[in-house]
Design a protein around this ligand. Sequence first.
Ligand SMILES: [Zn+2]
Length: 297
Amino acid sequence: MKRRDLLAPALLTGLDLPAHATEPLRVVASFSILADWLRVIGGDAVRVEALVGPDADAHVFTPRPSDARKLAQADLVAVIGLGFEGWMARLIKASGSRASVVIASAGIEPLKGGHGHAHDVDPHFWHDPVRTRQALHTLRDALARVRPAEAEGFARRCATYEAELMALHAQVQSWLGPVPTAQRRVFTHHDAFAYFGRAYGVKFLAIKGMNTEAEATAGSVARLIQQLQRERVRAVFIENISDPRLVQRIAAEAGATVGGRLYSDALSATGGVADSYLKLLSHNARAIATALQGQPS
Ligand SMILES: [Zn+2]
């Protein structure tokens, strides 16, 4: 082998090249919210794809062959963990991917699920900005491990984003602050908002458990209608990832009106009201605060 050929691999590592000359990191996220966080932190240094896109339900996703190909080509794969994307581990294995895998929920203290369903922990931590901040740090560090040359940029963008998120957190507290405790009850489709409820002192009732796959029985629906009437719940919401008809029927039978749409497990399509995580959080909080304040005591 000629000396020139021996040197070639070293030149290809990119260590001696300016950062802009290297290819963006290929990052695959399980779903849209996680992809948004990675795009913000990663900036130009990453190219991020989400397997489960806007308005789609990651609980019941059926991967396509093209999803396995995306994983096979990825440098970094990001998941929420806590049983949220149960299909992901098998898909990663089947794809033969050699990418690093980062679990965004690592180190986050999960809430317990209270509904006796398959998962005993609640994966929907992104509805709590404080827990999300911890996930942002985990993602920032994972990106830096895969692309150390960009670590400074990842850290800078993460810090800016974190400041925006904490400012929004304070704003949400101020929106919900005036709502009397007795009125802080919201009804929705699946049990995705316990973290929001814990963070801001709102009680959520849901038709289904934390997994959208669980079927609602006639008996459980009847009990919910009674509970809505007994607790005088007037803030009822449909979700962007679920069929709205059951919520609409329960609301009608309980004498409540549907106050709007909450974005639970997915962003809206680009151009929609919740096409970024910050817009999702802001939209949900504003809708809930408005519905609760319009409620007679
Ligand atoms: Zn969910």
